[in-house]
Ligand binder design. Structure first.
Ligand SMILES: [Zn+2]
Length: 256
């Protein structure tokens, strides 16, 4: 049995699963969540030198209750601090490394067990600050978990080990941002957002071209969707040529 919870991010569903089955649910392109996340993805594609990709598919990420509960507790603690402040929770993109073929087709939905596969690791156990730091050579706001509403920026951090895989992917995450410490200058020594703050918001201007959000608590974030996209639209299946069918029919010997 599975049930869903709705948090303050419009349209976001984190699905709590009671049984250990698949972690990815393919969303229908007409699904309301599908439309909302694709809109966020397109609106967040800000790099003028990168063509807007074609969205192939999207999966909802499900998680066991043991993974969701700490997030809800964290959300409650930030809510106690922030009172009635709106928008303490955002839906933000994160690019990571994929060692397997997860999401490459509709059928590639089984998580791998390769320790180096950031994608499967995050979907299985959510984010781990101690691992996040190792993936980015340059963490401008210290050791935290980096997300952004700029999908074309997150895309820079999305990579696959296998060169034969053509599609790219991003994790779309619910992030409890709370009160944000807005910074325009880098500070690589940060280990928290600063007194009274729950996250750092890197604001474009001096050191930064595109916005980014950093949280410093593993329970401030959970992956909610996996979006898979490519530079060119999928090749439609070849229509069946009637002449080929007829030829085959008449050249196949009848066995009576
Ligand atoms: Zn994997």
């Amino acid at each position: 049995m599975a049930f869903t919870i709705h948090l303050s991010v419009p349209g976001v569903q984190l699905t709590i699963r009671k049984e250990r089955k698949g972690r990815l649910q393919l969303l229908d392109s007409g699904d309301e969540d599908h439309e909302k996340v694709v809109r966020l993805f397109k609106d967040g594609w800000l790099h003028k030198n990168k063509n807007l990709p074609y969205v192939y598919r999207m999966f909802r990420i499900t998680a066991p209750e043991s993974l969701i509960q700490p997030y809800l507790q964290y959300y409650d603690s930030v809510r106690r601090d922030t009172g009635t402040t709106p928008d303490i929770e955002h839906l933000l993109f994160h690019g990571t490394f994929r060692a397997c073929a997860l999401g490459e087709t509709e059928d590639n939905v089984r998580l791998c067990h390769l320790a180096r596969c950031g994608l499967c690791s995050i979907i299985r156990s959510s984010f781990d600050i101690s691992r996040c730091g190792t993936q980015h050579k340059f963490s401008r706001f210290g050791q935290g978990i980096y997300t952004t509403k700029c999908s074309s920026k997150a895309d820079d951090y999305s990579s696959s080990e296998r060169s034969d895989l053509k599609l790219r992917f991003l994790l779309v995450n619910t992030v409890v941002v709370g009160w944000q410490n807005k910074r325009t200058r880098n500070k690589r020594s940060l280990v928290n957002a600063g007194p009274g703050y729950h996250s750092v918001l890197g604001v474009p201007g001096e050191d930064l071209n595109y916005e980014e959000t950093v949280v410093y608590d593993n329970d401030a974030i959970r992956p909610a969707y996996l979006i898979v996209y490519g530079d060119t639209p999928p090749v439609p299946p070849k229509p069946i040529d009637a002449r080929t069918v007829m030829r085959k029919l008449f050249t196949t010997p009848l066995v009576l």
